[in-house]
Ligand binder design. Structure first.
Ligand code: AP5
Length: 221
């Protein structure tokens, strides 16, 4: 299956995409995670992306399109993939169509949550810098305070999760990305999911939209 997750910052794309990818056994491709790794490693891509990411702006299409093109060419993407955070505008959507040599996308999941709720939600996010696991101080706390459940690494707050940057990221979403919902609706691909419910309730709605049976998702958990 070839799936795209669309939604504003903090809507739960990463949280839900990780679950679906595990259920289906396909790679979870998050351009945000790829860019953060590049930034940490100080690669050329990371250096180009740094200033854009820290101010909540989109990294130039050319940089991100190339990153995604290379990743989609890897053998583990042959049976499907789940894109989280890409495409982010119409130019990237067209670049994706060019990358996909055969077949098209199967599903676009559009997660919807009001902006004010997102600002509050993002303030509580903590992430693992080693394996990218995502936690929330109130709604998904780690078992041991401040430490990743999977690898024990100390959790951090993302540099772009400060309130003023989050508000800029929301503006960028509405200006550049939200229009993609209509773009993919015209192609008959969009399933809209109310993201303003518990993580489990949203996960159940996403599974239903993708016709994933519960046995498959329990086996992956
Ligand atoms: P990226 O990392 O993609 O950030 P984003 O799209 O802003 O999305 P987030 O990661 O903030 O949120 P999410 O929807 O994944 O929510 P999550 O599951 O973590 O991009 C970062 C930057 O990289 C961009 O600003 C840009 O500079 C650059 N970039 C990336 N892709 C690019 C591209 N294609 N082109 C150009 N530039 C690009 O959940 C959030 C929190 O809420 C967590 O704490 C979670 O535990 C909690 N939570 C999740 N679901 C629920 C729920 N249902 N109820 C309560 N809490 C919940």
């Amino acid at each position: 299956m070839r799936i795209v997750f669309l939604g504003p910052p903090g809507a739960g794309k990463g949280t839900q995409a990780a679950r679906v990818a595990a259920s289906l056994g396909v790679p979870h491709l998050s351009t945000g995670d790829m860019l953060r790794v590049a930034k940490q490693e100080g690669t050329e891509v990371g250096l180009k992306a740094k200033a854009f990411m820290e101010t909540g702006q989109l990294v130039p299409d050319k940089v991100v399109d190339e990153l995604v093109r290379e990743r989609l060419g890897a053998p583990d993407c042959a049976q499907g993939f789940l894109l989280d955070g890409y495409p982010r505008n119409q130019a990237q959507a067209r670049a994706l169509e060019t990358h996909l040599q055969t077949g098209a996308l199967d599903y676009v999941i559009s997660l919807q949550v009001d902006d004010e709720k997102l600002v509050a939600r993002i303030a509580g996010r903590r992430t693992c810098p080693k394996d990218n696991s995502v936690y929330h101080m109130a709604t998904r706390p780690p078992r041991r305070p401040g430490l990743c459940d999977l690898c024990g690494t100390e959790l951090v707050q993302r540099a772009d999760d400060r309130e003023e940057v989050v508000r800029d990221r929301l503006c960028v979403y509405h200006e550049a990305t939200a229009g993609l919902v209509g773009y993919y609706e015209r192609a008959g691909l969009v399933h809209t999911v109310d993201g303003d419910r518990s993580i489990e309730q949203v996960a159940a709605a996403v599974r239903a939209a993708l016709s994933i049976d519960d046995d498959r998702s329990e086996n992956a958990a």
